[in-house]
Design a protein around this ligand. Structure first.
Ligand code: GAP
Length: 440
């Protein structure tokens, strides 16, 4: 397990404006979080790497952005109105509510210590309800989607026909989902509003198990390629009583979080033909596929890798966090905090640091930063000693710092410092963009 505590990561996120509580000036809204300037870059990089791996680098997956608000009939057909529930119990002493499967019902309440005096479990539907238009009656109920997946199912025919993809092929989507979780918590791990990255891969029935295995390997490799320690990841198959109402078989990719232990990052489910058949039955539309190669018509099976953006982003922060001893310019040894995060995920790729605030350095160093910024996300920082500025960049994982000093004005060279090795190299300004490009 990673040695860092969740509190350390939460503090770093708050201190550096990566993630902080939503509506904080009003005391916050429980378990709702805002992603600040560095956080949004990090999150966007995670989304881009997912999109690159699943859509842009392949010929057999296309993208989609479906509407968050969908016909309520979608959620009746999908089974979410009837079965997207968690069992809820209440302590009759303090009236705090818990998910029945998150507490030991034979023991005292974890909030007030009394009991056990639990109410009988009742099923609580996790979908957020609202009304479409000005009339707040049952005829106008709509739901905030609890998964992006249904967009891919109801648009299956349109996307297949317009993209002219043949089975096997996939439809991918990133977007917000909402669940009225009974017990949100553990920072961004379980929230009521979150962003999902889901892909429905449509396959010929009978080939589904083979494709399921293929996607387990692909998705596991995505995390490993982006630098998560192999020891901190595992695949876990769902027991029969854990399976969602639509799934024949599901594996979770789990990460060993500090204090929380092994917890789900991503679910990879074999959803069979459940959803397409349900929508065909409820809508009256034929959602079967004609396979011209085999002259067969069938309803495809679906393999679904589904992940939130926040959980892997949280894991990337934890897994890359290091506290190290580092020598300073004066020969002393100091502690440095460094995010050894994959360069593709780092919020800033480069920081340009003029050696001092001296006005002579300003025009040329600002010009250099503007040039670097045309190619890479780049910070420009003039405040504090150069050592402090290196530390600030280290703790947010900036792979390269470029120091512009007084000699730079004469010899047109700058010093490039590598985040991980802390080695410094003097290179001509003319070749800087190419130098960074090769390494980023
Ligand atoms: N379409 C299938 C589906 O939604 P899920 O296992 O319920 O399956 C998929 O959710 C992923 O979405 C999870 O593995 C997790 O990464 C993320 N997720 C689900 N609920 C979440 C929550 N309340 N907060 C943050 N992320 C969540």
């Amino acid at each position: 397990m990673s040695f860092v505590s969740i509190d350390t990561i939460v503090n770093l996120c708050k201190r550096r404006g990566i993630v902080f509580p939503s509506s904080e000036i009003y005391g916050g809204l429980r378990s709702a979080w805002d992603w600040g300037p560095l956080g949004i870059e990090l999150k966007r990089n995670v989304k881009n790497e997912w999109w690159k791996a699943l859509v842009h680098s392949r010929d057999d997956i296309v993208g989609l952005e479906s509407s968050i608000l969908m016909s309520p009939k979608v959620w009746e057909a999908s089974g979410h109105v009837a079965t997207f529930t968690d069992p809820l119990v209440e302590c009759t002493n303090c009236h705090k509510r818990f998910r029945a499967d998150h507490v030991d019902l034979a023991k005292a309440c974890p909030n007030c210590g009394q009991g056990p005096t639990w109410t009988d479990p009742r099923q609580f539907n996790l979908m957020f309800k609202t009304h479409m238009g000005p009339v707040e009656d049952s005829a106008h109920i709509v739901y905030l989607r609890p998964e992006t997946a249904q967009g891919m199912f109801v648009d299956f025919m349109t996307v297949q026909q317009t993209s002219r993809k043949k089975i096997p092929f996939g439809i991918a989507q990133q977007g917000k989902s909402f669940r009225n979780e009974i017990t949100p918590g553990n920072f961004v791990f379980r929230t009521r509003e979150f962003e999902q990255m889901e892909m429905e891969f449509f396959v010929k029935p009978g080939t589904d198990e083979q494709w399921h295995k293929y996607w387990l390997d692909e998705r596991m490799n995505w995390y490993l390629d982006l630098g998560i320690n192999k020891e901190h990841l595992r695949l876990r198959q769902h027991d029969a009583d854990e399976l969602s109402h639509y799934a024949k078989d599901t594996y979770d990719i789990e990460y060993e979080f500090p204090s929380m232990g092994w917890s789900e990052l991503e679910g990879i489910a074999n959803r069979t033909d459940f959803d397409l058949k349900a929508h065909a039955a409820h809508s009256g539309e034929d959602l079967s596929y004609y396979d011209s190669e085999t002259d067969e018509r069938y309803v495809p099976y679906v393999i679904e890798p589904a992940v939130g953006v926040e959980r892997p982003t949280f894991a990337f922060l934890i897994d890359s966090y290091r506290e190290e001893e580092a020598p300073t310019a004066s020969g002393k040894v100091e502690k440095r905090t460094v995010l050894k995060i994959d360069k593709r995920l780092a919020p800033y790729k480069v920081a340009v640091l003029p050696l001092s605030k001296n006005a002579d350095l300003a025009p040329a160093s600002e010009k250099l930063a503007a040039e670097v910024r045309r190619h890479f996300v780049c910070d420009f920082d003039v405040t504090g000693s150069i050592g402090k500025r290196y530390r600030r960049q280290d703790e947010v994982g900036t792979p390269f710092c470029v120091t512009f000093d007084f000699d730079s004005l004469e010899d047109n060279q700058v010093t490039v410092r590598d985040r991980d090795s802390m080695e410094q190299e003097r290179i001509p300004i003319e070749g800087l963009v190419e130098f960074l490009g090769k390494r980023l």
